[in-house]
Every structure is written in C-alpha cells, then in structure tokens.
Design a protein around this ligand. Structure first.
Ligand code: GDP
Ligand code: MN
Length: 421
C-alpha cells in the first residue's frame, strides 16, 4: 500500500522530522486561500503546489510548481487538476489528479560549486543482505534515478542491524559523508534515526525523503535548517492490519481499477507489461506460469519477446461467477493478445473453471459490440474433475472457436506464444 505525499509529510512530522506546513485542496477555487495560508508568515511569499498522486517524477512533468502570488497558485492548480500527470513512473495515459498539496515553499541553500543542497535519504529492505538498509546520497532531487544508474558510487548504503537498527555512529558517519557540517549534523542524524524507526514501527517496505534540503542560514539557524520537502512511503500489505492510522490513509482512487475489481471477487490480479493474460490458481502455479511463458516467448513476436500481461489468481475456491469476472478483468486490458488458462484442480474443480470459461465467452462483449472471445485462448486443465472439465470445453467448441486445449504446461506456453507471435 502507498500513501500520498501530504500523508507522508504527516507521518514525518509525527516522528519529529521537520517539514514545511501545507494544506490539501481539491478545487481550483481553494487555491488562493491555501496560498495565503501557506505564505502568511513569510516576508516574501513563496508556496509550492504539488499534485498528489501515487507516482514520482512530478517535478519534471510540471506537477510541482513554485508560485509567488495567489493568481499563480490558481493557474497552477487549474493546470494540475485539468491535466493528467505523466511521468516514467505512471502508466502511459497518466494519472488523474484530484488533490493538490499547497505548502509553504522552502528556500534551498546553494552549494559552493553550484546546485541546490538537495539530498536523498531512504530506508528499505535489501534482499541480497537480508537486512534493512539506509540509502543516502548527496545528489538528491529529481535526477536521483540517473545518478544511481550512472554513478553508483554517489549512493551510500549503510546496512542496519536487525535488532539495533540504525546506530548513532552509523548515522554520524553518513551525515559527514553527505557533507553536513556544524549544527546540520545533529539535525541530519536525528532525521535518519527517526526515518529508520518509522520504517520498522509502521511495517514499511520503503520510507523515502527526496529531497532532504538545507535552507540558507538565518539568525535562528546559523548553519541553515535541514528539512524534508518530499516523501514517499510504501507499506507491507501483510502488516497494515496492525496500523489503523495507516489503513485510514488508504486512497481507493489511486488503485489500479482492475486490481481493485479483482479483490472484490476474492481474486488477486497483478498487472504486468506483456501480451499474455494468465488465469491460474495458486501463487506457486502463477509463478511457474510466468516463467514458462517468458521462457517460450523469449525472442518471439517482434521486439522484446512475448511476455505475461498480467496474472489473475482465482485461488482455491472461486465460483463460476468469479471465473467469469476473472476473464472480464483480464480482457479489459487492451494489451492482452492471448490468454493462457493454467489450472491444477485441487480444491478448485476443473469443471467449475471450464463452465466459467464458457459462461464468460457467452457473455463477453467486445469493444466493437460483438459477443464472444476474439483473442486466442489456450487451456491447460489437470486434477480434480478434469474429465468433466474437458467435456464441458469440448461441447462448447462452437461457442469458443479461438480456444485450444493443451496437454501440459510447455505445450500450453508454446501454443499461446505461437497464437500471438
Ligand atoms: P517529485 O519530482 O515528484 O519527486 O517532486 P518533489 O517534491 O521532490 O519536487 C521536485 C523538485 O522541485 C525538488 O527536487 C526541488 O528542486 C523542487 N522543489 C520542490 N519543493 C520545493 C520548495 O519548497 N522549494 C524549492 N525551492 N524547490 C522545491
Ligand atoms: Mn521528490
């Protein structure tokens, strides 16, 4: 589960990490008021308007905007609420923006050699070392992905002790390595400690601040102030039941609609990038199906090979209705050029799946209004009631002309790859 930046800022603030104040608006009319509120205490008003969507890369896409007047705030809000946010982290069609954060903008100190004092700071789990890890860089901000790719040495990785977490000496070492000096060091180490603690306390899979900045010196902060001005959190879905405060931050409108629909029918659907829709039962069989589609699809069908477009796990006890829904969900993805059904009937009976396939084919309406499946469909059934299942499919051959039966998993993968390739 992910949350919005404004919610992430609330979490940071509750952990004692300094963030500029802000409010959330949902309409253009509220922009001027929110701007005045955000800049009330400032000698020269400067606010930042930020689209609240579950994706990064907003700055480069024009969905983070510094504004000096209420009129500029209104114009920025109008732009963001009436355009979809597109970045490398969003689907190609972009994301609808319904909420904006209007925050008081931070002044960012300049580095001696030029550039902003922007840092990257995150805690996540490193699967290789099987430890949580603090990741930090002096090259924070909108180019961090590029930096990580081109200059991996500019990224510091500090493994965290499984029980002790981030230790004081580690935080201090990282703070100095990042170039913090004077009173900044204590501020930065306190922020790192609080972030590492939040990560564990809230069952996060990612707790990220980017950028962490230094403000220019003031009378109150002669070395400048270290502030978080953007944050991103992801949580382990298996842990959210322990955190009603995190559950309350759930925003259903940010979910993949197909995944949300699947959940309502007790199905689990995962969208991927390829061309083959996969209907399977059980997580292990789903993984094996992904692997075998990739293996047999490698180098086929033009650029990049034939790959899974998604997988939909109907679980152990889906009804005919759920299987029918499963097909609708899979075929609602325009990228799906073929469907592979791979069922090993244990608790799930093959005849239920077969009847679900036939029902779905009967009731399925194509975008052009015609009825029935148009895409190639390859079915591999094995296990409980397999003979009944195969008989149902055989009898329905006329209704589902694009359907082929497969003898085993390799045969199924080959057939579906050949059908779309
Ligand atoms: P992202 O692009 O989605 O990660 O959005 P960010 O909130 O990180 O903003 C992108 C960039 O905009 C930052 O790296 C900053 O350079 C700039 N920016 C964002 N907020 C402020 C602010 O309050 N003051 C200033 N001066 N720049 C900001
Ligand atoms: Mn950012």
């Amino acid at each position: 589960m992910k949350i919005h930046e404004y919610q992430a800022r609330q979490l940071l603030a509750s952990a004692g990490i300094p963030v500029p104040a802000g409010t959330v608006i949902e309409s253009v009319e509220d922009a001027a008021g929110a701007f005045k509120q955000a800049t009330a205490m400032q000698p020269s008003p400067l606010a930042v308007i930020k689209a609240q969507v579950h994706a990064g890369g907003r700055g480069k896409a024009g969905f983070v905007k510094l504004v000096k007047t209420a009129e500029e705030a209104t114009a920025a809000a109008r732009f963001m609420l009436s355009n979809r946010m597109k970045s490398p982290q969003t689907p190609a069609e972009g994301l609808e923006v319904t909420k904006l954060l209007v925050a008081s903008a931070a002044d960012i100190a300049q580095r001696r050699g030029g550039g902003n004092e922007e840092f990257y700071l995150a805690v996540t789990t490193d699967r290789k070392t099987r430890r949580n890890v603090l990741i930090a860089s002096r090259e924070g901000g909108v180019e961090i992905e590029q930096v990580a790719h081109d200059r991996p040495d500019a990224i510091i990785k500090e493994p965290l002790h499984p029980l002790l977490g981030l230790q004081r000496h580690q935080a201090t070492t990282v703070a100095f390595a990042l170039g913090f000096r004077g009173k900044q060091v204590a501020q930065a180490t306190q922020i790192m400690a609080a972030l590492a603690k939040l990560f564990v306390d809230k069952d996060c899979t990612l707790a990220e601040i980017n950028p962490l900045i230094i403000t220019p010196p003031t009378a109150r902060h002669p070395d400048g102030e270290v502030l978080a001005i953007d944050a991103k959190f992801s949580f382990d879905d298996n842990g959210t039941f322990r955190h009603p405060d995190i559950q309350a931050m759930f925003d259903p409108t940010e979910e993949n609609p197909a995944e949300a629909k699947a959940r309502r029918f007790g199905l689990s659907y995962i969208a991927l990038d390829g061309q083959i829709g996969c209907l399977v039962n059980g997580a292990g069989l789903a993984m094996a199906t992904m692997d075998i589609v990739k293996l047999h699809g490698h180098g086929k069908g033009g650029s990049g090979g034939v790959e899974p477009a998604n997988f939909l796990d109907v679980g152990g006890s889906a009804t005919e209705e759920a299987v029918t829904e499963a097909f609708k969900i899979i075929l609602s993805d325009q990228r799906v050029k073929g469907v592979l059904v791979n069922i090993f009937g244990g608790i799930m009976r093959c005849d239920v799946i077969a009847q679900g396939i036939v029902n779905a084919a009967r009731s399925f309406v194509n975008p052009d209004g015609s009825k029935g499946f148009k895409v190639p469909l390859v079915v591999r059934l094995e296990g409980t009631n397999v003979d009944e299942g195969r008989a149902i499919l055989k009898n329905a051959k006329a209704e589902v002309p694009t359907m082929q039966a497969a003898t085993d998993l390799a045969d199924a993968a080959n057939k579906v790859v050949a059908a779309v390739g």
